[in-house]
Design a protein around this ligand. Structure first.
Ligand code: COA
Length: 170
């Protein structure tokens, strides 16, 4: 199977924040942002694998900045690393200044998707070849994040998590 670059899965979704999507402080409701990110991540996973893909886990979400009503929000998703059937999707969320158009980073998240066949059984996906410094950084850390996610989900024993152990043990 031919390896692919993160840019081949890049998915960019831009939309407004409308009143029905906000919390009582008139900022974007967290669950709405999670759904937007899940959609973008799903498309990125599909572009990489050309398969049906399902969300296996939301590994990390940082709601660093509130996103006010009326904002123009862009969710950018890329496959940062592919394993056997699973793919780590890295999401960056940007908001756009109304007057000068400058983009600033609002949030980020990391999701895991799995490619499956018509019966829901996991199937192999192409590898990822990172190109830029940022892509390399995200690629290198992805195995550690996968192991952490599996340990937290009770699917891997902590003692088998070699990358995590390497963080704490010389
Ligand atoms: C995701 C799913 C396909 C995994 O199936 P499974 O029987 O656990 O299959 P496996 O144990 O072989 O895992 C498949 C891959 O997912 C990875 N995976 C499973 N759970 C994971 C988790 N919590 N975090 C990170 N990776 C995970 C495994 O490491 C494996 O990766 P690899 O093949 O790249 O090595 C299955 O659990 C499922 O269908 N879940 C429901 C998905 C869904 O409906 N999502 C929408 C929620 S509303």
């Amino acid at each position: 199977m031919q390896a692919k670059t993160p840019k081949e899965s890049r998915t960019i979704m831009t939309d407004l924040v409308l009143p029905s999507e906000t919390n009582p402080l008139n900022n974007l409701f967290g669950g709405e942002l999670l759904a937007r990110m899940d959609r973008a991540a799903s498309i990125a996973a599909r572009r990489h694998s050309r398969r049906v893909t399902v969300t296996a886990s939301v590994n990390h979400v940082a709601f660093n900045r509130a996103i006010p009503l009326g904002s123009v929000v862009t969710v950018e998703a890329c496959v940062s690393r592919a394993f056997n059937s699973s793919m780590e999707i890295y999401l960056d969320v940007w908001i756009e200044d109304r007057e000068n158009g400058h983009r600033s980073k609002a949030n980020e998240a990391i999701y895991t998707f799995v490619a499956v066949d018509d019966t829901g059984k996991p199937v192999a996906v192409p590898a990822i070849v990172p190109e830029t410094d940022l892509e390399n950084e995200r690629f290198d850390a992805a195995l550690r994040r996968k192991q952490l996610s599996l340990v937290l989900a009770g699917k891997m024993k902590p003692k088998e998590a070699t990358e995590l152990k390497a963080l704490f043990v010389d």
